[in-house]
Design a protein around this ligand. Structure first.
Ligand code: SF4
Length: 353
């Protein structure tokens, strides 16, 4: 038996080499003609009581990864560990008690509630299913949960259409916490809300983390929101993680050209820094995950692409600051050797078409 290290004990959720391929079928016989590599060998870890932010363009595989870690869909390969359990090898009976400890909050709260049920019915449903709670016990717990998320108890008798988006997302968070979740997977939880409501929901999530010690996998395309809530950030591109590390480190000194390009589009509240910042425009669209570029998937849009980028997928390079980055610039030469991308001149780099 392998001894559990301090770091292992700190980690609530991890994936190793997690992969999901969807078949592409065509013709009247629906023959398989290819595969979409939605998630392609992803390693991530969420530490207890902390937030891992997962960012990337739409189509990068973030939401598929979220569903894989909760086993809402089955992986093609790789491992998912939750609190020391290998989820992919567990039979349903052993998975069930762990499932209640991992809950998901979706982007659109209106579509995640039954419009014909009151919130007491919807939010109380996990209590009745998992804990077989009697109606009076469950009522007391529901009032507590609503107070915890900043909703008055009278909202329990209302229907989803009678609440604003922000109020309903609070109710969705209450439902996720109803049976004592340790991990919330939040898939774009504030993207559908207006800016002031976004801030309120983000503050609520941070308060809940401080009070309950709950961990978050927070998925978003808005990098400023992710920075605000995350302890660490993983950046995904075309099914792969390209950079992962402490949030401030990744934001201030990105080591991967894709992270640098994403961040250059986020306005900096400091006008001096904003003026000094170079805007990196990404050329072209995200390539199809059914036919990704060979070697480094980012090479068709990277201003620093070299010959080696077309033939070899970059392996992990860990910087002194604890950032893991997947880019040949750090090892071929090496040019950067862990330094931020902004320290690399364009001289000598050649774009591979
Ligand atoms: Fe990928 Fe090469 Fe660009 Fe690094 S330099 S991101 S390995 S294409």
């Amino acid at each position: 038996m392998t001894a559990t290290t301090g770091l292992d004990a700190e980690i609530l959720l991890s994936t190793t080499g997690l992969t999901k391929r969807f078949p592409v079928r065509r013709g009247p016989l629906r023959r398989k003609v290819g595969e979409i590599r939605a998630v392609d060998g992803v390693d991530i870890a969420v530490r207890r009581g902390t937030t891992l932010g997962l960012v990337g363009e739409s189509g990068s595989g973030k939401s598929t990864l979220a569903r894989l870690v909760l086993r809402l869909i089955e992986a093609t390969a790789g491992e998912v560990r939750f609190d020391g359990h290998d989820l992919r090898s567990l039979p349903d009976a052993e998975l069930r008690p762990l499932r209640r400890r991992m809950q998901m909050v979706f982007q659109d709260p209106y579509s995640s509630f039954d419009p014909t049920s009151t919130l007491a019915d919807s939010v109380g449903e996990p209590l009745r299913t998992h804990e077989r709670a009697a109606p009076d016990t469950s009522r007391g717990r529901l009032v507590e949960l609503f107070e915890l998320v900043g909703l008055a108890p009278e909202y329990l008798e209302r229907y989803p259409s009678q609440l604003s988006g922000g109020q309903l997302q609070r109710a969705a968070i209450a439902r996720a916490l109803a049976v004592g979740a340790d991990l919330l997977v939040l898939d774009e939880p504030v993207s559908a809300l207006d800016v002031s409501t976004q801030a309120q929901v983000v503050n609520l999530l941070q308060d809940l983390q401080r009070t309950l010690g709950v961990s978050y996998l927070f998925i978003a395309h808005d990098l400023s929101v992710v920075r605000h809530v995350s302890d660490r950030i993983a950046v995904m591109y075309l099914g792969r993680v390209v950079e992962e590390g402490p949030a401030d480190q990744v934001y201030e000194t990105p080591t991967h050209p894709y992270t640098e390009a994403l961040l250059s589009a986020v306005p900096d509240p400091n006008p001096l820094r904003q003026r000094a910042r170079e805007r990196v425009i990404l050329s072209g669209d995200l390539p199809s995950p059914a036919n990704p570029p060979s070697g480094c998937h980012f090479r068709s849009r990277c201003r620093f692409a070299m010959e080696i980028c077309a033939t070899q997928a970059p392996s992990a390079f860990v910087t002194k600051q604890g950032v893991t980055t997947y880019c040949h610039l750090h090892t071929s030469g090496p040019v950067l050797a862990g330094a931020p991308v902004r320290e690399h001149g364009e001289a000598g780099s050649r774009r591979i078409q």
